[in-house]
Write a protein that binds this ligand. Structure first.
Ligand SMILES: [Zn+2]
Length: 82
């Protein structure tokens, strides 16, 4: 069996990964990148670009755990193409 994808260093899932912008030695998948609290704050250019409609919430420093869960579910459904 061939594994095409890398393994996310954060969640351990085998998924397509990219090198983290802040910590280049870290391989992150789109889920963890999207849920990262540094996104849009300390991290001005996340390795995974995700288009988010402007809601005027760009200045928020962190996203809530509920928001993270919602984002993860949304991304998962997108990746599954459902
Ligand atoms: Zn991950």
């Amino acid at each position: 069996m061939t594994i095409y994808w890398d393994r996310c260093d954060l969640c351990g899932q085998y998924r397509p990964t990219r090198s983290c912008t802040i910590i280049p030695s870290l391989q992150v998948d789109i889920h963890c990148c999207a849920a990262c609290p540094y996104r849009g704050n300390k991290c001005t250019s996340p390795t995974w670009k995700i288009e988010v409609p402007s809601t005027g919430l760009k200045t928020r420093r962190e996203i809530s755990s509920e928001e993270k869960e919602r984002l993860l579910r949304e991304l998962e459904s997108l990746l599954k193409g459902s």
